[in-house]
Ligand binder design. Structure first.
Ligand code: GDP
Ligand code: MG
Length: 439
């Protein structure tokens, strides 16, 4: 799928000690293919790649401490932007009821989504009223009534002998009379967009003046969903899109193209048949879901806003030249602590959750405190030249810090290991040696 393909592109990038313009181009070629394969509109893909490249090939990125990570971050931000940037909220009329009209092809999920939306509103202490406006599909009215009963929301129905436009008109009056603050109108769909369907929807629109016209589209249909959205939008002014069946094996194309192609924001995502499976659509969450690295991304974000890049570069240089001292070690610990509780940080690094469960790898705040005490008990010279810390010095440091010689031994051993590991880590992240790109 899209996620695994993107992950393999990025793991290659992350693994590079150096990121050249060729590397970026190669990665973007692969991202482009992955997006096209996921059925994302080709124009959208073209623009997307151009934007990411433009940002990625800036000297600022290439000079950064972790160019690979920065590029992932750029892709994530652009994906988020593609889907609308921030969450598009449901409209609210200041003259209740807020009228929400559902539209879409048959089987897209209109009736189910109507009930799910009513449930969401009910949970927010609103008084929604559902309207059974599909008189064509056999048992469509019954379907809505059953769902309404299940969630405890009233359903306005006049049977299948009354014109849907008239049903909508009466339902609106009913809502006003019964102080329902949201009116959700379920409508009929067809297998294809046709003039008769559109005319009926236009008339319902005319009579109820909806605050929201939500187009329900099946995300599994990929580009078709986008085409449907385009043609509905041209005939009926949509205010938002609901993507359904995102729980299935969707390729991601619809989610990534709908907003860019139609200009209509995705307002909700349906992730299952269950009545609770509807949530407000968050572009940033969807982007990280597509990238398959939600927690990793928030770690990158935290690291970028909290870690002093200049200091990090200086550390890096010292490590490479074997100048890394216990003073630096302390400072490094401070930087890590700024990211938040160490437990949470470990959870955010892929694979680390498991490591943490091992008995001998205990990383907790208390242990960090002990480490600090030991380092503070060292003399200036000892901190600068860890190799001079012989057995007598270790005994003295243990006494001074209220720890044992074994504790001190362990720390010094860890320090040596850390020096080694950090060098590897910085190679993996593409250290400062990546420097300027070969032009
Ligand atoms: P309508 O014809 O547009 O009213 O579509 P329905 O609401 O009747 O839904 C058609 C089918 O799709 C039903 O079997 C629903 O249970 C199913 N469905 C709707 N939304 C979702 C979803 O988000 N995920 C899954 N897996 N199925 C859904
Ligand atoms: Mg229906």
């Amino acid at each position: 799928g899209l996620t695994s393909r993107l992950q393999s592109v990025f793991s290659k990038l992350r693994g590079k000690g150096k990121v050249s313009e060729d590397d970026v181009n190669e990665a973007m070629r692969e991202v482009r293919l992955a997006l096209l394969e996921a059925d994302v509109n080709f124009k959208v893909v073209k623009e997307f790649i151009a934007k990411v490249k433009e940002k990625a090939i800036g000297s600022e990125v290439m000079d950064s401490f972790t160019p690979g990570m920065v590029i992932i971050d750029i892709v994530n931000k652009e994906l988020t932007e593609l889907m609308g940037g921030s969450q598009a909220k449901l409209a609210k009329s200041n003259k209740p009821p807020t009228v929400i009209m559902m539209a879409g092809l048959q089987g897209a999920g209109k009736t189910t989504t109507s009930a799910k939306l009513a449930k969401l509103l009910l949970k927010q202490n609103h008084r929604p009223l559902l309207v059974a406006g599909d008189i064509y599909r056999p048992a469509a009215i019954k379907q809505l009534q059953v769902l309404g009963e299940q969630i405890g929301v009233p359903v306005f129905a006049l049977g299948d002998g009354v014109n849907p436009v008239e049903i909508a008109r009466q339902a609106l009056q009913h809502a006003k009379d019964n102080s329902n603050d949201y009116l959700i109108i379920d409508t009929a769909g067809r297998l294809h967009v046709d003039e008769q369907l559109m005319e009926e929807l236009r008339q319902i629109h005319e009579v109820t003046k909806p605050d929201e016209v939500l187009l329900v589209v099946d995300a599994m249909t990929g580009q078709d969903a986008v085409n449907v959205a385009e043609s509905f939008h041209s005939q009926l002014e949509l205010t938002g899109v609901v993507l359904t069946k995102l729980d299935g094996d969707t390729r991601g194309g619809a989610a990534l193209s709908v907003k860019a192609v139609t200009g209509c924001p995705i307002k909700f995502a349906a992730l299952g048949e269950k009545i609770d499976a509807l949530e407000p659509f968050h572009p940033e969450r969807m982007a990280s879901r597509i990238l398959g690295m939600g927690d990793m991304l928030s770690l990158i974000e935290k690291a970028q806003s909290n870690i002093d890049t200049e200091k990090a570069k200086e550390m890096e240089r010292k490590m490479r030249n074997a100048e890394f001292t216990f003073d630096d070690f302390l400072e490094q610990m401070d930087q890590v602590k700024k990211l938040g509780p160490i437990d949470q940080i470990m959870d955010m690094i892929p694979g680390m959750g498991k490591v943490k469960q091992l008995k001998d790898v205990k990383v907790d705040e208390k242990q960090m405190g002990r480490v600090e005490a030991i380092v503070h008990s060292m003399t200036k010279q000892e901190k600068q030249n860890p190799d001079m810390i012989n057995h007598n010095r270790r005994k003295r440091i243990a006494l001074g810090s209220g720890t044992s010689v074994a504790d001190v031994n362990r720390l010094i051993k860890q320090f040596d290991e850390m020096r080694r590991m950090m060098k590897q880590f910085s190679d993996m992240m593409g250290g400062p040696k990546a420097g300027k790109m070969a032009k």
